[in-house]
Design a protein around this ligand. Structure first.
Ligand code: CTP
Length: 408
């Protein structure tokens, strides 16, 4: 399953380090080349000899040993197809989140350009600590994938969240990434995300509750599947692919148009304001003696409708946020907008949609419902959306039948 792949495992100084011995065997059984780097503290929990025997490779610990005149942190980073850090202690997580490179492991992380999976393990109170959680959020923002710790009995004798996730989970995710075909290689995919911000004056604005999570999940998935990605976002995110930060619908329209001609696919996941303020005040508006004031609004351009009208080879995908009559409104909206697919979600539910990490959507084309995607995390929903757009279009009649049978 993993022939020809090199997996680099970084082990840090936590009690769960002993479990990684079995993980190495799991990868070796699938013919992977496994390389190991340990922090000096990891050596309190496992021995170099054990790891060397299991991986059948030299184990890296010291940073300034340069056997063949090639800096080790560069050669480890060049050679591996994926890196996983397990267990990842609060200390190493903090260093990576802040760009500190004070040992071989953290230096390799800094030089590593492919996928990095991080499986934290620590005491319950440490995991709950706001600073640790902030570091975790920061790592996610920068594109590191966190395999969350699980709840259960901890080595320190307490119960709670902090235990290293199961080895099967780490193994499955690593194999999934390594074997995922770059289905979108060679395609340029443009995705919008977040709610637009329409200024009233220098300190006030009109916006909406969109978190941008769905659009960002789509962009991450497209990038993982090999696409050239342009994310046009009102939410400030750092990624290795191109991110264009915008605020208003007018800004977003300009950025979408600039990327449109050579795009293969444009996905309008952003919640674009339908109206903007007619006269944006240059100075802060002062309170007056009047009990009521009127804000005059003018219509924003409909970006989705405009690009759908001028598309040639591009696939154009819209989203449809509805708080009632989801399917009926979605069917009318796709006809009006003229896009290839419309992804409809019900924003009246608090367990999916706007600021949730989960979503449940119905995908429609101009002939009606193509597929219903049951409640799942947004990463999984993103994966399935691309399967419909690029992979399973020929099966759409089957899905349509399934959908009408379930009257979704
Ligand atoms: N959209 C757009 N430009 C706008 C408004 C919406 O490109 N000015 C896009 C959104 O990005 C989304 C789709 O159109 O992909 C549908 O957005 P939605 O808010 O559901 O529909 P609206 O057209 O705004 O209609 P309504 O608010 O009446 O439901």
């Amino acid at each position: 399953m993993l022939s020809g792949k090199t997996i680099l495992i970084g082990i840090t100084g936590g009690i769960a380090a002993y479990k990684i011995c079995e993980l190495i065997r799991m990868f070796k059984r699938q013919n992977a080349n496994v390389r190991i780097i340990c922090t000096p503290n990891a050596m309190n929990f496992v021995t170099k000899l054990t790891l060397q025997n299991l991986s059948q490779n030299e184990v890296g610990i010291e940073e300034f040993v340069i056997p063949d005149f090639k800096p080790e942190h560069i050669s480890y980073a060049d050679e591996a197809d994926i890196m996983l850090i397990a267990p990842a202690t609060a200390n190493t997580i903090g260093k990576i989140a802040n760009g500190i490179c004070d040992n071989l492991l953290t230096s390799v992380v800094c030089a590593f350009k492919k996928n990095i999976l991080i499986a934290p393990a620590m005491n319950f109170n440490m995991w709950q600590n706001d600073i640790i959680q902030e570091n975790i959020s920061k790592l996610k923002q920068f594109g590191y994938e966190i395999i969350e710790p699980e709840a259960g009995f901890l080595a320190c004798g307490t119960e709670g969240i902090g235990r290293l996730c199961t080895l099967d989970k780490i193994f499955d995710r690593t194999v999934e990434i390594l074997n995922s075909k770059k289905k979108l290689a060679g395609k340029k995919i443009v995705i919008t995300a977040g709610g637009t911000i329409e200024n009233i004056d220098p300190v006030r604005y009109i916006s909406n509750y969109s978190s941008g999570k769905m659009g960002i999940a789509l962009a991450d998935m497209a990038f993982n599947q090999g696409a050239e990605v342009v994310l046009i976002s009102t939410v400030d995110v750092q990624r290795v692919y191109k991110v264009v930060n915008v605020k208003s619908a007018i800004d977003m329209k300009k950025s979408v148009e600039a990327e449109f001609d050579n795009a293969d696919c444009v996905i309008m996941a952003a919640a674009v304001a339908d109206y903007r303020v007619k006269n944006i005040a240059n100075q802060k508006m002062k309170k007056t003696s009047a009990d009521e004031i009127t804000l005059e609004l003018v219509k924003n351009p409909d970006i989705l409708q405009e690009i759908s009208a001028r598309k040639t080879t591009q696939k154009v995908i819209g989203f449809c946020a509805e708080s009632e009559n989801l399917i009926q409104n979605a069917k009318e909206k796709i006809q009006k907008k003229g896009c290839d697919y419309l992804i409809a979600n019900d924003i009246s539910r608090s367990d999916i949609g706007f600021s949730s990490d989960y979503n449940e959507v119905v995908i429609l084309d101009k002939n009606g419902i193509v597929k219903k995607l049951e409640r799942e995390n947004k990463r999984e929903i993103a994966k399935q959306i691309f399967e419909v757009i690029y992979g399973q279009e020929k099966n759409s009649s089957v899905n349509r039948e399934l959908c009408s049978a379930k009257s979704c």
